[in-house]
Design a protein around this ligand. Structure first.
Ligand SMILES: *Cc1c(COP(=O)(O)O)cnc(C)c1O
Length: 393
């Protein structure tokens, strides 16, 4: 380490986003393991009910990932070969992959420069007779313009599936993400606002979920399960070649307590965001994340954008400098069309989605999780401002 770094570096590495799992989760997992039922059962049912209540959903189906939830939703909607699904390049690859899984084509459209969410006007322009669904992502926890998207979906008779991996808890014009009748997929991956190590939830109207529940468990008919529940009959019927996507009670045991802590977690996230934005907002070399007035932001990520024209270093070196100061960061996301699979299959070039690419090149995610102490937050702020100071043009 050089002298300039040593001056402002914290002693131990601050991980980007470790899970915050407490004794309650641990006790509930142990209780589950000591019970006669460890896979999908009573705790998963309770988790679904409490989650539904929390986001005011008409119903919820616990699955083993957000990817599984989106795949199941697409399959239940009958989307397949020859169909197009419009989504954003500024997302994790799972969002596009699930469209490939059902044999349809993910059609990417560019994003809005402020929220980095899918641009509804470009969505409107991309709709063709083959379009079957819109698949927006609530990037970083800031809801996409879902009312415009919903109106487009209604006009063109399309499904609206929301990738809400980041959006717990979030709301758009006072309505919580996940409270509508359309399919909405949440993630409980290790880094997400609520974690079950791996896990996910699909919210939708109860009729859709009944079909999804079958599809997510081998396509075995619900009638068979009812018989099984009541009388222990071994008989079942397969009505579709379904998936194996159910969430275990061991995972749901973690989820139950993570859910009960969400309000506290969220309050702490907001405090940290306010501290970061207060510290960085006045520096013209830095661009802080926006929140449109009509949304409640889940603040899954704090995405800071640098203005490379005002600095002597780019984003990659900015990250290296923070790492040297023991601050863990990440990048969300490498735009979908830059990945070899999508580039080769659809012949994309970077300039196809200039807003996504130009922002990708200058953004990084800072540590943002409820386990951060005030000292951690101060360390992040000091390190970021130190790097800016040293490399300012
Ligand atoms: C994490 C993430 C997913 C995938 O979630 P899993 O639960 O790991 O399947 C999907 N979309 C986005 C935007 C994500 O960040």
């Amino acid at each position: 380490m050089t002298d300039t770094v040593a001056r402002s570096a914290r002693r131990d590495f601050l991980p980007f986003n470790p899970p915050l799992v407490g004794e309650e989760e641990i006790r509930e997992v142990v209780d589950t393991l000591r019970s006669p039922w460890i896979t999908t059962g009573p705790k998963t049912r309770r988790f679904e009910e409490e989650f539904s209540e929390f986001v005011h959903a008409p119903g919820a189906l616990a699955l083993n990932s957000c990817t599984a939830a989106m795949h199941t939703a697409l399959a239940c909607l009958g989307i397949g070969p020859g169909d197009e699904v419009i989504t954003t390049p500024m997302t994790f690859t799972a969002t596009a992959n699930v469209v490939e899984h059902v044999g349809a084509r993910p059609v990417l459209v560019d994003i809005e420069p402020d929220t980095l969410n899918i641009d509804p006007q470009r969505v409107a322009a991309a709709i063709t007779p083959r379009t079957k669904a819109l698949l927006p992502v609530h990037y970083a926890g800031h809801p996409a313009e879902r009312d415009v998207l919903e109106a487009l979906a209604r006009t063109h008779n399309l499904a609206l599936i929301e990738d809400a991996a980041h959006a717990l808890p979030a709301s758009f014009r006072g309505r919580q993400i996940g409270s509508g009748p359309n399919p909405v997929a949440f993630s409980f991956y290790a880094t997400k606002n609520l974690t079950t190590a791996e896990g996910g939830m699909l919210t939708a109207d109860p009729e859709f979920l009944e079909q999804a529940r079958i599809m997510a468990l081998h396509g075995m008919s619900r009638d068979a399960w009812k018989r099984y529940d009541q009388g222990g009959s071994w008989r079942y019927e397969v009505v579709a070649p379904g998936f194996k996507y159910n969430l275990t009670d061991v995972a749901s045991a973690i989820g139950l307590w993570q859910l009960r802590k969400q309000e506290r977690f969220h309050r702490r996230r907001v405090e940290i965001v306010e501290a970061y934005t207060l510290a960085f907002g006045a520096d013209e070399a830095l661009e802080t994340p926006v929140r449109r007035p009509h949304v409640d932001h889940a603040w899954h990520l704090y995405v800071l954008r640098i203005r490379p024209e005002l600095l002597r270093i780019g984003r990659d070196q900015f990250i290296d400098e923070l790492t040297r100061r023991n601050i863990g960061t990440s990048v969300h996301f490498i735009p979908i069309h830059l990945h070899p699979y999508y580039r080769k299959k659809y012949g994309y070039v970077p300039a196809d989605f200039p807003v996504a690419v130009s922002n990708f090149e200058r953004l990084l995610s800072l540590p943002l999780h409820p386990g951060l102490t005030d000292q951690d937050v101060a360390d992040v702020i000091e390190a970021v401002l130190d790097v800016v100071q040293i490399y300012r043009r």
